[in-house]
Structures are given as structure tokens and as C-alpha cells.
Design a protein around this ligand. Structure first.
Ligand code: FAD
Ligand code: SF4
Ligand code: SF4
Length: 494
């Protein structure tokens, strides 16, 4: 399909708008309105640039897309949203061009709509339950809830309409938040609103967690994340950066010596998993986390100025087929690679990444090599990667996950020449906090154990986000943060 510019898409929307404006729409009329395409930058041009790929709906597109909503009485979409955003209500406001009313409705339950509208796996959540998608038998044809959410959040920010939340009278109580990812930032916001003094302790020199160091700029502009952090600062939240809880101070020291009345642990799942194959310690092998952090947070692509410039590689092999693998592969082009292969031991049908992410990677030139898996990383005399030895696979019977299991074909080893390999096979929890905090329990997977209100086994300590759930999503981390903050506020009010 030929790439359409934002101007062309806006014109299409304006013509649709003329047809429906002022008309009492029936459900049949609404179903006949074409879904509005997300404007994006031209694939060839964007694949070498860091700026955001998706450009966001124009006003006409947003109003037309909102008019596709059937305003279902049973509201199945709300059940699909982990924080229960009032979806039909905010969409109805967009259809009436009350954009401020729409964003205020979303903010009753979700604190980060500009972010969630961009990165939520909507097709599995809210849009996965949408009646329109069900009628068309495709979640992709559902009302574009995420794009509408992003539109109103961007509209509010770009038009300086952001209103700061009311803050209750100071309570004199102190809350320590450990980790400045979406879980921690949400707790910080909700506890600050309740009048408590909140300090966020963060190991890195910047707040935002994976939203800042993992998810690339071309999917989530860092200025948007920074804007949310600046708002927290305006609310009086303090940040203590380069502070690794468990080393700089232990959690017990924060509670006992620094007199915090409550603590929230939102330290995420930042410990990369490796393949445990020969050659993985060669120069030029990266975990996706390290690769993306060097690019996003350390600005490693700025080869002249960066303290830790990124390793030059023309041909990059990425192992894995999830969203993180797509991010790493697309980032490789932006860091100067001319050829990027994704190696996956199953087939396209089993890929866990979002369809939109796979499509974007493909449009930008990423090559998918299915039914192959690395068995060894090959190095040259300087100890640098010069290739990957892979084994071919075929699909066997479905495994416990329901996906057909990959079966290696004996004697099928062959080599892919390359000069860097990125391992994107998921992340586990960093054990530092549990190891250095007596009484803080974890489950068999290394996740901190919590009760239904996010309270841990240790008094005065709550936890949430990836450190509890394992690698999950921004909105789930935010949802757990809200639950924990409500419990902390309840406890501190006693
Ligand atoms: P994190 O975001 O991991 O934040 C934890 C913070 O705690 C970090 O800043 C860390 O430095 C800090 N920290 C850790 N230990 C300590 C310590 N001891 N002391 C002080 N600070 C500490 N989700 C989506 O919904 N959509 C996406 O498109 C998406 N894409 C992703 C792409 C990538 C590359 C990755 C890695 C993840 C992606 N995710 C995505 C997942 C999502 O980002 C996470 O689920 C979410 O950020 C978890 O939030 P969190 O607050 O629990 O932890
Ligand atoms: Fe959908 Fe995420 Fe918004 Fe909920 S927060 S409505 S899941 S985009
Ligand atoms: Fe609108 Fe879809 Fe929700 Fe129905 S399920 S109210 S059509 S968004």
C-alpha cells in the first residue's frame, strides 16, 4: 500500500467529516465510516532518524474516528483496560470536539495518557474487546481507542491546557519510592496529591524507567516522558538520582535512619536473559537492554560527544521476536547498520511482537529469518563478533503455551556473517533489593510477593510493576502503582 502523507489523510478525514457532520448517526452509519489511518513518516527516510514514526491524528481524523464508536451500553472496551478508563465517555466528548473534557475523563483513571496512548498493546487490551472489531472479526478494525487517547493528551499539552491536580494539606508524612518507572511515578503522584512528602530514589541519572531508557525515541519521544516528570516536580515530588537502594543505602536505612513512614518498591525487571551459548562474551554481543540504554539514555549514537559511543556495526543480528527485539532491530538501523536480521526459531505466526511493530520493522527493511536459532557466536582474532552459527528448525507439536514447538534439524548448522549480535530474549528481576532487605520475600521466579493491596511481607513496604509481575506493560505497572498508593495513603491516614 502506497504511503500517504498526513496532509492526504487529513483531506480524506475532512471529506468524511462533511458527510457525517450534523447528522443523527445510526449504528449502521457509524459502522460504514472508514477507520482513520495513523499518519506516519515515510519508511525509508524515518529508518535512519530518531524522531517519532507515528505522527498522531489530525483534529478531523480524531473526530471522524470517534464517530465510529457505537457507545455500547455494556461497554466491553472498559473491561479490556487494566485501569478501567471510561472509554465510551471520553470518545463521545471527542466526537463533540470537547477535547479538554475527553482528556479530563481519561485522567480520572489513567495518569499517563500521552504515553499509554502510544505504547499500550491496545489490540490485546481495550481494542481487543471492542464491538466494532468483533463485528469486523479483527481487533485491528476496532475503534482506535489508543490513537484517540494520544490525540487528546497531545492536544492538551500542545495547547498548554494541562491542569495540575489539587494537593491536599501537608501531612508531615514521608514516602520513599524506589525506582522512577511508571509504577514508581504513579505512586509518587498519588501520594503527593494526598499531601505526603515523596522522594523518588533512582539508580540512573534520569527518571522514567524503561519509558526513558528502553522504549526508543522513535516510538515514545523522551520529551513527553520528561514532561510528566516535570509535572511531578511541580507537585513537590523530590528526586534523588544515582541512588541505588541496596548499595547507596539499604531499604532499612531509608525507613529507620531517614525516617520514611512508608516505602514503595518499583524497581522493574531490568536483568537481561542471555542464551548461554559459546561466544556470548565476545565484543559486539549486547543484551537488548544495554543496546537500547546506550542509545536512549547515554546518547551513544552521538559518536563525537557521547562518553560511551555505540559500537559500530554494519550487519546486526537480533535474536528474539518480541517487541523488544523489534525495538532493537529498528534502533540498529538508526545507529548506522546497513543490514539487520531478526533470527527466530519459530515462524511469523508464533511471533509475540505486536503486529504494528512487526509491520513497522518490515517497512524499514528489517529481514526476518524464521526457523533458525544461534548455537554459537563466532569471533575474529581481535575478539570481536564476525558471525553467528545457527541451526535450522522445523515446527513440531504445540507446547504448553499452545504454540507449535521448534524442533532442531540435526546437521543443519550454517553461519550468518555479522559484526554485532543483540540478545532480546526477555528480562528477569534484579535480586539486589531482596538480597539486601531481610524480611522482603520473593516468589520462585524472583518477583517480590505482595497481597491484594500490593503490601509486601515487610511492614511499611509496598511493591508493584514489573518487579511483582515480571516483564509486563506500562499500564499494568501504572495500575499496580495506583493500587499501592491508595493502600499507602490509607495506612498513613490512620
Ligand atoms: P521500570 O520501568 O523498569 O522502572 C524501574 C526503575 O527502577 C528503573 O528506572 C531502574 O533504574 C530503577 N531501579 C532498579 N533498581 C533500583 C534500585 N535498587 N534502586 C533505585 N532504583 C532502581 N510496555 C508497554 O506497555 N508498551 C511497550 O511498547 C513496551 N515496550 C517496551 C520496550 C522495551 C525495550 C522494554 C525493555 C520494555 C517495554 N515495555 C513496554 C515494558 C514496560 O516498559 C515495563 O513493563 C514498565 O516500564 C515497567 O514499569 P516499572 O515501573 O515496573 O519498572
Ligand atoms: Fe486502552 Fe491503554 Fe488507554 Fe486503557 S490506558 S484505554 S488499555 S490505551
Ligand atoms: Fe465504542 Fe468499541 Fe467501546 Fe463499543 S466497545 S463503546 S464501539 S469503543
Amino acid at each position: 500500500m502506497a504511503h500517504k502523507t498526513i496532509e492526504e489523510l487529513d483531506l480524506i478525514a475532512k471529506k468524511e467529516l462533511e458527510k457525517i457532520q450534523g447528522k443523527e448517526l445510526t449504528n449502521k452509519d457509524r459502522m460504514a465510516i472508514p477507520q482513520m489511518e495513523m499518519p506516519s513518516r515515510e519508511p525509508k527516510e524515518r529508518s535512519r532518524q530518531m524522531s517519532e514514526v507515528a505522527l498522531g491524528y489530525t483534529e478531523a481524523q480524531a473526530v471522524v474516528e470517534a464517530s465510529r464508536c457505537l457507545q455500547c451500553k455494556n461497554m466491553p472496551c472498559i473491561a479490556g483496560c487494566p485501569v478501567g478508563v471510561k472509554i465510551p465517555q471520553f470518545i463521545a466528548k471527542i466526537a463533540e470536539k470537547d477535547f479538554k473534557g475527553a482528556v479530563d475523563t481519561i485522567k480520572e483513571t489513567s495518569l499517563l495518557p500521552a504515553i499509554c496512548g502510544r505504547v499500550c498493546p491496545q489490540e490485546k487490551q481495550c481494542q481487543g474487546q471492542c464491538t466494532v472489531g468483533k463485528v469486523f472479526k479483527s481487533a485491528e478494525k476496532a475503534v482506535s481507542i489508543g490513537r484517540l487517547e494520544r490525540f487528546v493528551a497531545d492536544w492538551e499539552r500542545e495547547n498548554n491546557k494541562v491542569t495540575m491536580p489539587e494537593i491536599a494539606k501537608k501531612t508531615g508524612k514521608k514516602v520513599a519510592v524506589i525506582g522512577a518507572g511508571p509504577a514508581g511515578l504513579t505512586v509518587a503522584a498519588d501520594c503527593a496529591r494526598a499531601g505526603h512528602q515523596v522522594t523518588v530514589f533512582e539508580a540512573f541519572h534520569k527518571a522514567g524507567g524503561v519509558m526513558m531508557y528502553g522504549i526508543p525515541e522513535f516510538r515514545l519521544p523522551k520529551a513527553i516522558v520528561q514532561n510528566e516528570i516535570d509535572n511531578l516536580k511541580k507537585m513537590g515530588v523530590e528526586f534523588d538520582f544515582n541512588f541505588l537502594v541496596g548499595r547507596t543505602n539499604t531499604l532499612d536505612q531509608l525507613l529507620e535512619e531517614k525516617n520514611f513512614d512508608a516505602a514503595f518498591v518499583g524497581t522493574g525487571a531490568g536483568l537481561p536473559k542471555f542464551m548461554k551459548i559459546p561466544g556470548e562474551n565476545l565484543i559486539g554481543v549486547f543484551s537488548a537492554n544495554e543496546y537500547l540504554t546506550r542509545a536512549n539514555l547515554m546518547k551513544g549514537y552521538d559518536k563525537e560527544h557521547a562518553a560511551t559511543p555505540i559500537y559500530d556495526a554494519k550487519h546486526v543480528v537480533v535474536c528474539g521476536a518480541g517487541n523488544v527485539a523489534m525495538d532493537a532491530a529498528r534502533m540498529a538501523f538508526r545507529l548506522g547498520a546497513e543490514e539487520v536480521d531478526i533470527v527466530y526459531r519459530r515462524t511469523r505466526a508464533e511471533m509475540p511482537a505486536r503486529l504494528e511493530e512487526i509491520a513497522h520493522a518490515e517497512e524499514e527493511g528489517v529481514n526476518f529469518r524464521f526457523l533458525e536459532n544461534p548455537v554459537e557466536v563466532l569471533g575474529n582474532e581481535e575478539g570481536k563478533v564476525c558471525g553467528v552459527k545457527v541451526l535450522s528448525y522445523e515446527l513440531g507439536e504445540p507446547d504448553a503455551s499452545g504454540r507449535r514447538s521448534p524442533v532442531p534439524i540435526p546437521g543443519s548448522e550454517h553461519e550468518i556473517p555479522c559484526d554485532a549480535m543483540i540478545v532480546a530474549l526477555g528480562n528477569g528481576s534484579n535480586p539486589l533489593l531482596v538480597k539486601t532487605t531481610p524480611g522482603l520475600n520473593q516468589d520462585s521466579k524472583g518477583h517480590i510477593s505482595v497481597d491484594e493491596k500490593q503490601l509486601t511481607s515487610k511492614a511499611k513496604v509496598w511493591a508493584g510493576g514489573d518487579i511483582v509481575l515480571g516483564a509486563a506493560t506500562v499500564i499494568l505497572a501504572m495500575g499496580e502503582g495506583r493500587k499501592a498508593a491508595s493502600a499507602i495513603n490509607e495506612y498513613l491516614a490512620k
